[in-house]
Design a protein around this ligand. Structure first.
Ligand code: BDR
Ligand code: CA
Length: 319
């Protein structure tokens, strides 16, 4: 792929305060060609996700990007929203206007298939949500992988979880779907909590964005302010969250990844939804006695250049 052509991307999201930050970045970065956005239940119910997504795209000045409604619930689990983090409306209760347009007349899986196969160059998929839509796509239309360059997903954790002590929300919400994603047969990058939580925009920049006269930049400031820690500071820093995964597509050099075996724990119990990442330098007793199991290799993000991604985000969205 030549570097002077924008990368065709599709975001599958559960907008979501930080999904909204990701959308704002994707529509404004000149190196990305956002071809479609698909919605799935996660941070809030799927109809709320559709509404939030359409509103963000309108505020960002990109009202024509196709948006489709996807899965209402995970493959097996029930819906377990994160409204305590993202507000009652799933997007910070900022009082944003209702969108003026309706979503596409096709479901998310149909739109994903159509846009992936229609793209003149292989698409990079960026799921920033539970992986239900992507699993349904891979099972319904496996031929799409021939035109997928790679999948960069926000999800999982090498170290500590957030939904549980060991499981990250997107994987925990639909572990079976995440397991299907890992067998997609295309290169996969895991942008997990280990890097996700580190990319913080300083409070002074958040305040500057909030004061902007440009609606997209101002919205980014409001969303970042919502993501600040409840420390009582006047200008708390705000996390880029899901937007960091999109930065990693626009500027891969800011991310340090290692190719490692990754498996999703599907067993009931306290470790369900954990991404088990094998960082051992050599085989252990399990392999010596029981043989080596086949496992997917994933480019796991272990470090991130925080200043680089913050600067990239502010230059792209802040004007
Ligand atoms: C993930 O869960 C959601 O709350 C965020 O939008 C992000 O995608 C982090 O665990
Ligand atoms: Ca999300």
């Amino acid at each position: 792929m030549t570097t002077d052509q924008p990368i065709p991307v599709i975001i599958d999201c559960d907008t979501g305060v930080d999904d909204a930050l990701a959308l704002l970045f994707a529509v404004r970065h000149p190196g990305l060609d956002l071809r479609a956005v698909t919605c799935v239940a996660g941070n809030t119910d799927v109809d709320g996700v559709v509404r939030n997504t359409l509103t963000v795209l309108e505020q960002a000045g990109a009202p024509k990007i196709p948006v489709a409604r996807g899965a209402e619930r995970p493959l097996i689990e029930t819906v377990r929203t994160a409204r305590h983090v993202h507000g009652h409306d799933g997007m910070g209760d900022l009082g944003l206007p209702a969108p003026r347009r309706a979503p596409a007349g096709v479901d998310a899986v149909t739109l994903l298939r159509r846009e992936i196969l229609a793209s003149p160059r292989p698409v990079t998929l960026i799921p920033t949500a539970p992986l239900t839509n992507i699993a349904l796509l891979l099972r319904t239309h496996p031929e799409v992988t021939r035109n997928i360059e790679r999948i960069v997903f926000m999800g999982g954790a090498v170290a500590t979880g957030n939904a549980t002590p060991v499981a990250e929300f997107n994987v925990w919400h639909d572990p079976e779907a995440a397991a299907i994603l890992l067998t997609a047969g295309v290169p996969i990058t895991m942008y997990g909590l280990d890097v996700f939580q580190r990319v913080l925009v300083p409070g002074t920049d958040v305040r500057r964005l909030r004061a902007s006269g440009e609606p997209g930049a101002r919205l980014a400031g409001e969303l970042l302010a919502h993501r600040g820690p409840a420390t009582g500071e006047d200008d708390p820093a705000g996390g880029l969250g899901d937007a960091g995964a999109v930065c990693a597509v626009a500027d891969p050099a800011g991310l340090t990844t290692h190719r490692l075996p990754v498996e999703v724990n599907l067993a009931p119990g306290p470790a369900r939804g954990q991404t088990v990442v094998d960082r051992r330098p050599r085989a252990g007793e399990s392999e010596i006695h029981d043989g080596i199991r086949e496992q997917t290799l994933v480019d796991v993000a272990l470090d991130v250049d925080v200043r680089r991604y913050v600067r990239l985000y502010l230059e792209t969205v802040g004007g």
